[in-house]
Design a binder for this molecule. Structure first.
Ligand code: ATP
Length: 325
């Protein structure tokens, strides 16, 4: 009921009368008053005027279940929302929920991660009050060999959401990072539980640096935040809702062919590496070449002096030859 009352307050320009809320939810005036007080305690500024009712003046930068449900406009993404002030890792939690039988679209979000993960066991810096740490659970009926492309789909959705909410030129560093002005704003970690020919579940974890004012020394050169690049603060729940909407849109296109057939052209337009000299940090054999975009299967096309190579995302990182991108 709290989320629904908040939604009504949001959608009404003027005042919502207390009586209207009582009738709609079949509760007493005291019950409505209690909810309004709880919202105020969370930081919502709500004006109460006699004979008029309640009017929402401003919303705090929270991304809890009530806030996200009150703005949710998606079909299935975020069908169940779990918010934590602090958690080990949102991917780990989403995997637990998957094992317990929660449906595709289940969404986990935290204000802080104690053990945030990057690829290859690396850490993701996730301090309190600065970022969005979120994971979307999927249970697609697709060939497990095609699942790695979902990282690319998530990257498009994240870049799209950041562009939509902030207006900044968010670009994708193949395969799993979002950069603005050449600095990393966001990382994506996709993990899968599968049989030989069947996917149990996939979790897509995304960390976005939103309000960070500084970074630890090891990543200070390469990392940035929306606050540092755009010079202002954004409402984290708006970014999350935009991501969920963008993901639904791109995922539907992906599912038609189970690959990037319908998406690779748009992906290439978002690709920061496009036409640039890159170093491919392949653990077997690093090499350099010019990035020419991705294929319909999501591989990065790299032209070297001798040949055209197709790089799969698995264990590979890409760098610019003079810097991070
Ligand atoms: P890269 O090409 O940046 O090495 P990757 O895809 O190989 O990316 P990820 O799994 O995306 O690596 O992220 C882990 C790495 O990102 C860490 O080793 C660290 O260098 C960097 N990092 C960790 N936390 C953050 C953060 N909050 N913002 C930006 N970069 C971070």
């Amino acid at each position: 009921m709290k989320a629904e009352i908040l939604k009504m307050l949001r959608e009404t320009e003027g005042y919502v009368s207390g009586q209207e809320l009582c009738n709609k939810f079949g509760v007493s005036r005291t019950a409505v008053w209690k909810v309004i007080n709880q919202l105020k305690e969370t930081g919502y500024e709500i004006e109460a005027a006699q004979n008029k009712g309640y009017h929402l003046v401003s919303v705090p930068d929270v991304m809890d279940t009530v806030e996200l449900e009150s703005i949710r406009a998606t079909e299935w993404a975020g069908c169940e929302i779990y918010y934590y002030d602090s958690i080990d890792s949102t991917n780990t939690k989403a995997k637990e929920l998957a094992e317990e039988g929660h449906p595709a679209g289940t969404f986990v979000v935290a204000d802080r991660q104690i053990a945030g993960k990057g690829r290859r066991g690396r850490a993701w810096e996730s301090p309190h009050g600065t970022g969005i740490f979120m994971t979307l659970l999927l249970k697609p009926d697709i060939n497990p060999n095609n699942a790695s492309m979902l990282t690319l789909v998530a990257a498009m959705a994240t870049a799209g959401a950041i562009r939509r909410v902030t207006g900044a030129d968010a670009q994708i560093k193949w395969p799993n990072d979002i950069v603005i002005d050449g600095k990393k704003i966001c990382g994506i970690l996709t993990e899968m539980s599968a049989q030989f020919d069947y996917i149990n579940h996939i979790v897509i974890g995304i960390g976005i640096n939103v309000h960070n004012e500084f970074f630890p020394e090891e990543i200070a050169e390469t990392a940035s935040s929306l606050l540092l690049t755009c010079g202002k603060r954004f409402h984290r729940a708006d970014l999350i809702e935009a991501f969920l909407e963008e993901f639904e849109k791109y995922y539907a296109v992906y599912l038609e062919t189970e690959d990037m057939e319908g998406l690779y052209k748009e992906y290439n337009q978002m690709l920061v590496n496009m036409g640039r000299q890159v170093k491919v940090l392949d653990p077997k054999e690093p090499f350099e070449g010019k990035a020419m975009g991705i294929t319909r299967k999501g591989e990065l096309i790299v032209d070297t002096w001798e040949s055209r190579k197709l790089v799969s995302s698995g264990e590979v990182s890409v760098r610019g030859i003079y810097g991070y991108v």
